[in-house]
Write a protein that binds this ligand. Structure first.
Ligand code: 13P
Ligand code: 13P
Ligand code: MG
Ligand code: MG
Length: 363
C-alpha cells in the first residue's frame, strides 16, 4: 500500500508572545481534520505543536503537493487564525502570507514536508518539529544519521545501508538544488552543508532512489532570491530495516549544536531536544527547541505519537544546552551570539542603519 505522509505547519498565533500554543487552536485544528477524515479525504491525522507552531500530520493516498490536501491545511490554518484573532493571540495569522489559497501552500507561508511511502512490513517513522530556528538546523543531524559511522553503526554493519545515501541540498539564495552521494562525495557535501544559512538539506534517499528523509526546506524553492531563512522547520525520517535505527536517528540530537533563530530570529543558540510538554521556549524566546513524535504507520493509520525525547538519557544534553544558553547570552548584542551582519540585513536592522548612514564621515 502506498501512503502519503504530509506534515504541514504554520505559526497562526502565539500564546503568550511567541512562546506557546493556545489549546483552542489545536482544538479547532482537530475538529477540521476530523471532518476531513469523516469525508475520507485523509486516512488519519495528528495535531501537535512545538512552541508557537501548529503541526498538522496527515496520511492520505493522494501523493505529494495534492491541491485538496494543501487546501485542507490552508483552510484549517485560516480557521485557527480566526480563533487566534478572537483571543487576540500574538501575531495571529503570522505565517499566512497570502490572502487566498492558490493551489499549493508552498511559498504561501506554511512549511511542508511530504513523502510517498511504499509501506514495508513495519514502518516506524520519526517526525521532528522545531521552533525558533531555520531548516538549516537539520543539516548536522541529517549528516550524522545518514553519513557518519560514529553515529550510525548500521552504515558499517548493515548490508542494507552499506552503500550509503544520496543527499539533496538546496541553495536558498539561488533556488538551485544538487544531489551528492555519500560516502564518495562526503567532503563535497560538507563544503556546502557546513554553511547551513545558505545550503540546506531537503531530502535523503537510498542509492536505489527510495525516500529516507524529507525536510520542510522545499517550500523555500518558491521564495529564492529574497530572504528565506527562519521557518521553524519539520523533518520526516523513516527508520529501521535499510534506514537508520530509531536510536541512530535520535542520537545526533544528543549534541545541542548551535543554530540560527532564537530571539527575533537573530541569534545563535543551542538546538535543544525536549519532550512535548517542555516545548515552550521562554528564556530569551528560546533557546531553539526540537521535539520528536514517533509513529508506526499501519495501513495509513498513524499509531502514536510517542514523545521520543521524553527520556532522561537526554537530560545530559539539556543540561549542556542550558549551560550553552547561559554562555551565549553573556555576549549580549555581540557576535557570535547575534547573527553575522549579512544575516541581520534581513531583519529590522537596515532601518537603524539608514538613520546612521548619513552621519558616517570619511577618514
Ligand atoms: P531489536 O533486536 O530490538 O529489534 O533491535 C535491533 C536494533 O536495530 C536496535 O538498534
Ligand atoms: P517565531 O518565529 O517562533 O514566531 O518567533 C519569532 C520571534 O521573534 C521570537 O523572538
Ligand atoms: Mg510566532
Ligand atoms: Mg515559531
Amino acid at each position: 500500500m502506498k501512503v502519503t505522509l504530509s506534515v504541514i505547519k504554520a505559526d497562526v498565533g502565539g500564546y503568550v508572545g511567541h512562546s506557546h500554543m493556545h489549546p483552542k487552536l489545536e482544538e479547532v485544528a482537530r475538529e477540521s481534520l476530523e471532518g476531513a477524515k469523516e469525508d475520507r479525504l485523509i486516512l488519519d491525522f495528528s495535531v501537535l505543536h512545538c512552541g508557537d507552531d501548529l503541526e498538522l500530520i496527515m496520511t492520505h493516498t493522494k501523493g505529494e503537493e495534492d491541491q485538496e490536501i494543501h487546501k485542507l491545511a490552508w483552510d484549517t490554518f485560516m480557521r485557527c487564525t480566526e480563533a487566534a484573532q478572537n483571543l487576540k493571540l500574538y501575531g495571529a495569522g503570522q505565517d499566512m502570507l497570502a490572502d487566498a489559497f492558490s493551489g499549493n501552500v508552498k511559498g504561501m507561508g506554511p512549511g511542508v514536508a511530504e513523502m510517498v511511502i511504499e509501506n514495508r512490513e513495519s514502518e516506524p517513522i520519526l517526525i521532528f518539529m522545531a521552533d525558533k530556528t531555520s531548516p538549516g538546523a537539520w543539516n548536522l543531524p541529517l549528516f550524522k544519521m545518514f553519513a557518519d559511522p560514529f553515529n550510525t553503526p548500521g552504515l558499517v554493519i548493515d548490508p542494507k545501508m552499506h552503500d550509503g545515501f544520496v543527499f539533496e541540498v538546496m541553495d536558498v539564495k539561488e533556488g538551485l538544488s544538487i544531489k551528492l552521494g555519500c560516502p564518495e562525495e562526503m567532503y563535497d557535501l560538507l563544503v556546502l552543508i557546513g554553511a547551513p544559512d545558505r545550503y540546506m538539506l531537503k531530502g535523503v534517499y537510498t542509492k536505489d532512489g527510495k525516500v529516507a528523509a524529507k525536510a520542510s526546506v522545499q517550500r523555500l524553492n518558491m521564495m529564492a532570491g529574497k530572504y528565506v531563512g527562519k521557518d521553524d522547520p519539520v523533518l520526516i525520517v523513516r527508520t529501521q530495516s535499510g534506514f537508520p535505527a530509531v536510536g541512530e536517528a535520535l542520537e545526533p540530537f544528543s549534541f545541542p549544536h548551535l543554530v540560527e533563530g532564537w530571539m527575533r530570529g537573530s541569534h545563535n543558540g543551542p538546538f535543544t531536544p525536549v519532550s512535548f510538554k517542555q516545548a515552550n521556549p521562554t528564556r530569551f524566546d528560546g533557546p531553539p527547541r526540537v521535539i520528536c513524535a514517533g509513529y508506526q504507520l499501519c495501513k495509513g493509520i498513524l499509531v502514536g505519537p510517542v514523545d521520543m525525547f521524553d527520556d532522561p538519557s537526554y537530560d545530559y544534553t539539556r543540561q549542556k544546552a542550558w549551560e550553552i544558553t547561559e554562555y551565549m547570552r553573556r555576549h549580549g548584542p555581540f557576535e557570535p551570539h547575534r547573527l553575522p551582519l549579512e544575516e541581520m540585513e534581513y531583519t529590522t536592522m537596515p532601518e537603524v542603519m539608514k538613520k546612521l548612514n548619513k552621519r558616517f564621515t570619511r577618514d
